[in-house]
Design a protein around this ligand. Structure first.
Ligand SMILES: Cc1ncc(COP(=O)(O)O)c(C=O)c1O
Length: 378
């Protein structure tokens, strides 16, 4: 790739391309919902819940207001309560821990695997106490966590497993969909997710009717229907009909969008394989859906590389610059630092390159060309 390659700016993410591609279908569904006069608790929501449940192979799906609420309600529906400990990676988006805290329980941070960046089962084992009630693996960046040892550990110790699949719509682990492997699976439909709404939204999957019912009650002010009394303290956190309509349209394209993400990742890997960057590792027993394409930049060169890319019109991000136990709400856990060496190392080195299904080949090549030039490999 020559330096004279066309100097195009590459967006980090561009939602308008997908909107343009699906515009007539989206406009029809938005109009239908608007005209229906039913904006919450409607058939559009039930239809999407059923479609997403079918897509994932889960008996029950309950729409809620966000991924964070999905985590809170799933934990509570699994019986997690005040005084309980829930093991979670510190290397994830802070909402994974917020779900635990808002459910009234205590997050206990474990380290991640240095290749996959998902929860390290050996580290989990080290932090178990007699108060541990659940494990919350995160399918980070679109790749399922190493579920076999986690599920085995949970079975042995009688712990619940609540999956944070907020970044892993359609990801597979041994031919099963992420979010269907434990006692409950939680999804976010934040607009930039692999399946994204035009606002906030979330979903809980579970194989138990009573648990699904409990999630639905929690998000509907503690009652199941208008005729019901309010059985318990609840929230107003429901997936609304407009979001459900949009998501129903997009769900039909999720597999093809994920396939496009995988192709982009493949092209990145091919173009960058001889650079000093550490490229994403894909487990053989699953299907990574590349919600993010995250590389590691060794030798303290992340800052300079990020600046160089920015100056060349290639914005990048860091997911996430601070491990959760270093963020203000969780500073009391900072002493855990010594136990989380992989987390600490990753926070300093990771860099997210642009990726979204509609990204063009010349844009991928442009990102790679700038990176190669940074390393004097132009
Ligand atoms: C790993 C993870 N967990 C939880 C969430 C929370 O989802 P939401 O933003 O819909 O509350 C997100 C997304 O933002 C996430 O990436």
């Amino acid at each position: 790739m020559a330096e004279e390659a066309v100097k195009i700016s590459v967006p980090y993410f561009d939602l308008t391309r997908q909107r343009r591609e699906l515009s007539s279908q989206l406009e029809t569904v938005l109009k239908d919902v608007l005209e229906s006069g039913q904006y919450v608790l409607s058939s559009a929501v039930r239809d999407f819940e059923n479609a997403f449940a079918r897509f994932c192979g889960s008996p029950y799906a309950v729409g809620v207001g966000s991924g964070t609420d999905a985590l809170i309600f799933a934990l509570k529906a699994c019986g997690i309560e005040k005084g309980d400990e829930v093991v979670v990676p510190s290397f994830t988006f802070i909402a994974s821990a917020f779900g635990i805290s808002h459910a009234g329980a205590r997050p206990v941070f474990a380290d991640v695997d240095p290749r996959t960046y998902t929860l390290d089962p050996a580290s989990v084992e080290k932090v178990l106490t007699r108060r541990t009630r659940a494990i919350l693996p995160v399918h980070l960046y679109g790749q399922a966590a190493d579920m076999e040892p986690l599920l085995a550990l949970a079975k042995e110790k009688k712990l619940k497993v609540i999956e944070d699949a907020c970044q892993a719509h359609g990801a597979l682990w041994k031919n099963k969909k992420a979010g269907t492997l434990g006692d409950a699976g939680c999804f976010s439909f934040y607009p930039t997710k692999n399946l994204g709404a035009i606002g906030d939204g979330g979903m809980v999957l579970t194989s138990k009717a009573s648990r699904a019912e409990s999630v639905r009650r929690l998000g509907n002010l503690g009652r199941t229907s208008l005729k019901d009394p309010h059985w318990e303290f609840g929230w107003t956190s429901r997936l609304d009909a407009l979001q459900a309509g949009v998501l129903s349209v997009k769900l039909k394209f999720l597999d093809s969008f994920n396939e496009k993400r995988r192709k982009i990742a493949e092209r990145y890997k091919k173009n960058l394989k001889d650079t000093p960057l550490v490229l994403p590792y894909e487990r053989e027993d699953g299907r990574h859906v590349y919600h993010l394409f995250v590389v590691r930049v060794p030798n303290r060169r992340r800052g300079p590389l990020q600046k160089f890319l920015q100056e060349e019109g290639v914005p990048t991000r860091v997911h996430y610059p601070q491990p959760i136990h270093r963020q203000p709400p969780y500073l009391e856990f900072a002493k855990a630092l010594k136990r989380l060496p992989v987390t600490e190392m990753l926070a300093k080195e990771i860099l997210s390159l642009p990726i979204f299904p509609e990204m063009k080949e010349e844009e991928i090549d442009r990102v790679c060309e700038v990176i190669r030039r940074f390393y004097g490999m132009g």
